[in-house]
Design a protein around this ligand. Sequence first.
Ligand code: PLP
Length: 367
Amino acid sequence: MNGGRCWTEIDLSVICENYRIYRDLQPEGRKVMAVVKADAYGHGDRETALALQAAGCTDFAVSNLDEAIRIRRAGVTGQILILGYTPVDRAEELFRHKITQALLSDEYANALAEKGFRVLCQYALDTGMRRIGLCVDEGEACERAIREAAEKLELTGLFTHLCAADTDTPGARAFTKRQIALFEEIAARVADLKLPYVHCMNSAGGLWHESKSSCFARLGIVLYGLKPDYANVLPEGIRPALAWKSVVSMVKTVRTGETVGYGRTYTAPEDRVIATVSCGYADGVNRLLSNRGRVFVNGKAAPIVGRVCMDQFMADVTGIGDVLLGTPVTLIGEGQTADDMAQVLGTIGYEIVCDISPRVERRYVKV
Ligand SMILES: *Cc1c(COP(=O)(O)O)cnc(C)c1O
């Protein structure tokens, strides 16, 4: 039973179920905007967006125009918001595909408007992240810029991004509260424009903070069943939608004192049964997992030994019975989540799933 070399199994019904759980948790008047940037965090943006659309989701966010056009062409009919940079030379494409562009600054807004298309857009406001957006410190200038954009472009909303909403310390909570208050202050200044989309909630914000002025919870990571921060507790019923698997390509005994892999970084302290797994850093297995990470074989943990190679790595399967050519190996799935793997690396689950290479076959679980 050899299922291939290395693949992910994605259960779209889990993403849809997660969506329904979050949708039902939102307060009156707030919808879920599904963030499907970076190929839906490695889950496949077209497949994910179409499944969510069938489940009733009408609003999507991506990071760039190519992602936007791809899901539009796949059949997404609702709102698609680009959260990041689009070269203004592509204004006609934004217009033609009815994609909503984030306005990153007043300089950007003016450059886009000069292209002569009434592009759908929403103004980004910087309430403390210092990444993109109009700085809200100067309320009057901010208001002026928003009104100007509303004249020249098809302005449909305002949004801001919370940068510490996943952290449960008094300092972070106060900062988030202040971000929301600053955002609401600007929104109030231009309330007469009656912009339909005013929103400030990402996954963490939508789960653990309150704002009366957010029409969307922009949910990314939590839709995929992962956590913004390892310490977070997700609502009942939320599950990861992606498993990552490979197979054993060879099993051997490594004798006491022999070493495994490049640089000979692992020495067998006694005779060990070592399996070679057909997946490596070119597939997205982080090389820093060398001698640190683990995978699961027959439901049992097998430590990664030696350095992760480009296309293969070795794992210690001593004491795990019945490991043969073709035995499945779980990198993410039963035994450990992407969040758990990230924890070993000192990073976040987002990076683990986004790093799974396009070389890895995506398989969609049929339901
Ligand atoms: C990526 C992103 C989100 C989604 O973030 P998650 O933490 O994955 O929910 C929301 N809003 C903006 C502006 C983003 O860039």
